[in-house]
Design a protein around this ligand. Structure first.
Ligand SMILES: *[C@@H]1O[C@H](CO)[C@@H](O)[C@H](O)[C@H]1NC(C)=O
Length: 413
């Protein structure tokens, strides 16, 4: 009886983890694709950014009664007609995505208005969307849970807030978002927050270049609670300030390399070459406009950006953050979330990529970052929650519609 159980485990183990095959550089596309499938069966693929939840807001007003993430959305309106739709669970499974960070995005136009409400509604809709397909996906909030679900064969769903204006400059909101299961905050979207400068041009000037002193405190509180800090969309100055302040690794959840497409949204070389000191990661965006600074791009352009990050930062600091459902132009060969294996099939042509390095790119690097952030949380468990409040002169003129505490409030018993 005992022997039989052991045998079954060994045999099942072999099926679950076929031996890695280093195909020859001259292998056919089918052979390389089969090898890519093997690789992603053994080791998890984790994508840093998917904007589907905002499309659920725009297309369905968050009404899920006739929506099914487990169905083939390429056959359903309005998804089939939208250049912004690239995601459903059947395609995530074909794409061998082990874990997906769903962006809980709120527009900059809601800053100083109902941004926290909209953010809570996006968290709610992501949780309801996931809960409706329990056989295929489940909310996960830790590196250990990502691995458990990878082994069970369900897509691990994570949440990242985009952007920091949704925090309403409040330490209490940061902590509450963590408690709701959010695991990263993109510090800015296309607007400055009162404490962090974004990369967008042509806006009214920020309070400061980079981070304010209160912004520094926000980073330290995120470190303390175990929230990943995401500096995609932040200005380079903000990213440098964050890298100097953060006690934990920092992520770029969906950015590309500025050396290959010179726009503010992409990561400059000086940051790439200093990233290893922090231990962070650049998860490469698949948005054509970030890849080529034009409307067209191919799988080779994505690889050029991955290779540039690898050469400047190192192979331990690169990952994938496609940005599907938030982009309307995708590279030829990477049209939707089912196509990640094609990227690995293409990379297998290049013998400078070892199988282990490809696993790092797919997900092991992000897992390392997440584990380190979790360790820092444990190390800082003895520290007290921050009770800092944003200095009134940093927000006063911009945020007239809010409850103002008077001296009477302090006297209440
Ligand atoms: C969602 O779609 C899948 C695949 O077609 C189907 O198996 C499942 O029953 C559907 N769920 C609901 C609630 O309709």
């Amino acid at each position: 009886m005992y022997v039989v159980v052991v045998m079954v485990v060994v045999v099942a183990g072999c099926w679950a983890s076929p031996l890695p095959i280093r195909v020859s550089a001259k292998a056919s596309h089918q052979e390389r694709l089969a090898a890519a499938h093997n690789l992603l069966t053994q080791s998890p693929l984790i994508d840093g950014h998917n904007d589907m939840a905002w499309n659920v807001r725009k297309f369905l007003h968050n009404k899920l009664h006739s929506f099914n993430l487990s169905s083939d959305l390429t056959q359903e309106k309005p998804w089939m007609n939208s250049p912004f739709s690239h995601t459903d669970l059947p395609r995530l499974k074909r794409g061998q995505v082990a874990a997906q960070f769903w962006s809980v995005y709120v527009p900059c136009e809601s800053q100083y208005l109902n941004t926290v409400q909209l953010l809570l509604e996006q968290i709610d809709v992501v949780k309801r969307m996931i809960a409706a397909s329990p056989d295929h996906t489940v909310l996960v909030t830790s590196s250990a849970e990502i691995m458990e679900e990878f082994e069970r064969g369900r897509v691990g769903s994570l949440m990242g807030v985009e952007g920091g204006h949704g925090l309403a400059s409040s330490m209490g909101v940061v902590r509450s978002l963590y408690d709701l299961g959010v695991r990263y905050v993109t510090l800015t979207h296309k607007c400055h927050t009162p404490w962090a400068e974004c990369s967008e041009r042509g806006l009214p000037p920020p309070n400061t270049r980079g981070l304010t002193p209160y912004g520094n405190e926000m980073i330290l509180e995120m470190n303390r609670v175990g929230m990943l800090v995401d500096v995609s969309h932040a200005s380079a100055r903000t990213a440098r300030d964050v890298l100097a302040t953060s006690r934990a690794p920092v992520i770029f959840s969906h950015s590309a390399a500025r050396a290959l497409c010179d726009i503010e949204r992409n990561v400059p070389d000086d940051i790439l070459s200093s990233l290893a000191v922090n231990g962070g990661i650049v998860m490469v965006s698949f948005y054509n406009n970030f890849l080529t600074c034009g409307e067209a791009a191919s799988i080779k352009d994505v690889i050029a950006h991955i290779n540039h990050v690898r050469s400047m930062a190192g192979v331990d600091y690169v990952g994938l953050g496609a940005g599907y459902d938030g982009i309307n132009r995708t590279p030829a060969g990477l049209e939707d979330v089912s196509r990640y294996p094609e990227l690995f099939a293409e990379l297998l042509k290049d013998t400078s990529w070892s199988l282990q390095d490809l696993k790092k790119l797919a997900g092991l690097n992000l897992l390392r970052v997440l584990r380190k952030v979790e360790q820092v949380r444990e190390q800082l468990a003895g520290e007290k929650p921050s009770e800092e409040i944003i200095p009134i002169h940093d927000i006063d003129t911009r945020w007239p519609c809010r409850y103002k505490f008077s001296s009477l409030d302090h006297a209440r018993t």
